[in-house]
Design a protein around this ligand. Structure first.
Ligand code: OGA
Ligand code: MN
Length: 296
């Protein structure tokens, strides 16, 4: 018998474990090295774990930006963020999330996630999921919170469920942009080309996860501006009620970062929030963002 060509030999299994957190969502993947080849069977298990737990934590991943990108790409094409100012050099697929300034210039998006949101919900095709890789961490603060929007939907009263199920809402990248720029003047002034890239999108208020079929609330304080077809006051009141409900502590996992953590969450199932870092402490993470499909 002749040996199969090298390209057909499947890499060995990495025999990793998936350990759910003692939290509403999230699991740690133990024993998987992202920089090593991941065979189809392991990838299938990983994919299933991601759908089951919505946020996966891979500790101590000493990976290069290219390895971060290559792993992310196995889940889908990658988004290039509208703030091209904060792309990693030679790797436009990586957005630098950081409060660090070098020579007075910000090296990354310093206030990413100060309001609850799902990444890229303001585009017709929001993100499937995002992967943040820790580069430099503060000695205190800097946690990231994740809230399960399936639980948020399922725990609404059936009256409210019926009321919101047919509704659509507008999402806009610009909703809070000027307010944030007033607080954080380092935020770049958007060019007309950038503004054109982020025209508001209309999304269902309740979306169906395209892979699991589960419903999830899909409105956020960061990007959702109004419910389509409702008078402003009624829209504001309904959104305020949904925002408050969607991030109740019983839906939330709080991630405390450790060096070289890679965290991969599902933007179709979760919202997330940066808890905040004291100004005098440095924090930097690299983000890839996988493009998803049109919500329904
Ligand atoms: C993001 C984001 C939160 C954080 O990168 O998409 O929202 O804690 N980050 O940095
Ligand atoms: Mn985000």
């Amino acid at each position: 018998m002749t040996a199969a060509p090298a390209s057909e030999v499947s890499p060995p299994s990495q025999h990793f474990e998936v350990r759910p957190f003692n939290a509403p969502v999230g699991a740690e993947v133990v024993g998987l090295d992202i920089s090593k080849p991941i065979n189809t069977e392991d990838f299938t298990r990983l994919h299933k774990a991601h759908l089951d737990h919505h946020v996966l934590v891979f500790r101590n991943q000493q990976i290069t930006p290219q390895e971060h990108i290559d792993f992310s790409r196995r889940f889908g094409p990658l988004e290039i963020h509208v703030l091209h100012q904060f792309q990693l050099k030679n790797h436009p697929e990586i957005l630098i999330v950081s409060n660090i300034k070098e020579n007075g210039e910000p090296i990354g998006l310093g206030d990413a996630g100060v309001y609850w949101h799902s990444d890229i919900s303001y585009k017709p095709k929001p993100s499937l999921g995002s992967l943040l890789h820790a580069q430099e961490l503060p000695s205190e603060g800097g946690d990231t919170l994740f809230a399960d929007q399936h639980l948020a939907w399922e725990s609404l009263s059936s009256e409210l469920q019926q009321r919101i199920l047919p509704l659509k809402a507008e999402h806009s990248y610009l909703a809070k942009y000027e307010e944030l720029r007033a607080k954080n003047p380092w935020r770049p002034k958007l060019s007309q080309a950038q503004i054109d890239q982020v025209a508001p999108a209309v999304q269902p208020v309740v979306r169906t996860h395209p892979e699991t079929g589960r419903k999830a609330l899909f409105v956020s304080e960061h990007f959702t501006t109004r419910i389509v077809g409702l008078p402003q006051e009624e829209s504001d009141a309904l959104l305020a009620e949904l925002f408050a409900h969607s991030v109740k502590p019983e839906f939330v996992y709080r991630h405390q970062w450790a060096p070289h953590d890679l965290v991969f969450w599902d933007n179709r199932s979760l919202m997330h929030l940066a808890a905040g870092t004291p100004d005098h402490l440095r924090r930097r993470l690299n983000r890839t963002t996988i493009v998803g499909d049109t919500p329904f």
